[in-house]
Design a protein around this ligand. Structure first.
Ligand SMILES: [Zn+2]
Ligand SMILES: [Zn+2]
Length: 359
């Protein structure tokens, strides 16, 4: 159990004035505006405010003294982040800090944009230009949506206390204010430029650095380039889409190429050139190469993103069987067949067959 009295450095029977005095001193000392970037001070500031929120309220203090908690049951506290703590500070000191405004207002939404790349561009990386739309605060009303008035129902707190009778007795819970839907204000005069939305769409054009080796569907985060809201901007996520390559296929860091080999090339062996991603690569095909063999060429694939080295280029063979032969080629092949003892159809067999069926 937290000792709220110790947090504020007062005794258990301290008067409300003594508690307030202790709070004022400590809140000023540990205020985040006075200790920028100091996480410990921020934590301390939260604790001080939590303690004061309980001890400054006679009902909550009585409950705390009796049960060790400020209420029989804690209700859900909407938006119970830093903003509400600054609310308390504002009530006591009469001013709101810039930090408070930043942390209590909602942050803008994240956005997604797609960049299409060729495989060559993914191989070498590039500066890509991305054009997209995002919401920015309306200039006419500075993002407020119009003329504002503190919500009279909740007096700007954004929450309402609900009192319910239950088996355990009276229960107090806090719910978002129904009048202002938790915003703490209402708009009395709608801004004509943004029609009360507070934000307008704007086209953006930015340059995004795409690292070499990037793959399909990968996301690049561009910090602060999402929608802007009063609480700050969201991020932009750039999704990579790779266009299909005319003759190379990709699987992670490896590339695949289908090599069509002629009968003679497969049988006798050949030196061929593979059209790699960054230029032709010579490859020796040994005699007697079969259909579907794979030749792995290390370091000729895609670069590994963010580190040295490249994957492989895998060459898969396909034996191309000729569909049409010149008279000379046919003669030679028939001679070859006779030599190795393969039985084949004699010359003109199909032509004679066709004649037979016609008559
Ligand atoms: Zn309200
Ligand atoms: Zn506006």
């Amino acid at each position: 159990m937290k000792d709220y009295y110790a947090t504020l450095g007062v005794s258990k029977d301290a008067s409300s004035d003594e508690i307030k005095k202790a709070y004022r001193k400590l809140a000023l000392q540990y205020h985040p505006d006075k200790n920028p970037g100091d996480k410990a001070a921020e934590e301390r500031f939260k604790e001080i405010n939590e303690a004061y929120a309980v001890l400054s309220d006679p009902d909550k203090r009585a409950n705390y003294d009796r049960y060790g908690t400020e209420a029989p049951q804690m209700g859900g506290f909407p938006g119970g982040g830093f903003g509400d703590i600054f609310d308390l500070f504002e009530q006591v000191f009469g001013f709101r800090s810039p930090t408070a405004q930043r942390s209590s207002a909602p942050r803008g939404e994240d956005l997604e944009a797609v960049v299409e790349l060729t495989l060559e561009e993914a191989f070498s990386g590039k500066e890509a230009e991305v054009t997209y739309h995002r919401l920015v605060p309306c200039e006419s009303c500075a993002g407020s949506g119009g003329k504002r008035e503190t919500c009279p129902a909740c007096r700007g707190r954004g929450v309402q206390e609900q009192i319910q009778q239950s088996f355990f007795g009276t229960m107090r819970t806090q719910v978002p204010c129904a009048t202002c839907r938790g915003r703490g204000y209402r708009i009395t005069e709608t801004c004509p430029t943004c029609k009360g939305q507070g934000r307008k769409e704007r086209q953006e054009k930015i340059s995004v650095s795409i690292p070499a080796g990037i793959d399909e569907n990968q996301l690049l985060r561009v910090s602060g380039m999402g929608n802007i809201n009063l609480g700050g901007p969201g991020d932009l996520f750039v999704r990579i889409h790779l266009q299909p390559h005319p003759h190379l296929e990709r699987e992670g860091p490896n590339l695949f190429y289908r090599l069509r080999l002629g009968l003679a090339q497969a049988t006798l062996g050949a030196r061929v050139e593979i059209p790699g991603i960054d230029g032709p690569v010579p490859l020796d095909i040994p005699p007697g190469t079969e259909h579907g063999e794979i030749f792995e060429m290390d370091g000729k694939g895609m670069p590994y993103p963010g580190r040295r080295g490249r994957g492989s280029l895998r060459v898969v063979t396909e034996i191309a069987v000729p569909k049409q032969l010149s008279k000379k080629a046919r003669q030679l092949l028939e001679e070859y067949a006779k030599e190795v003892g393969e039985e084949v159809h004699p010359e003109g067999f199909w032509d004679r067959l066709k004649r037979v069926f016609k008559s």
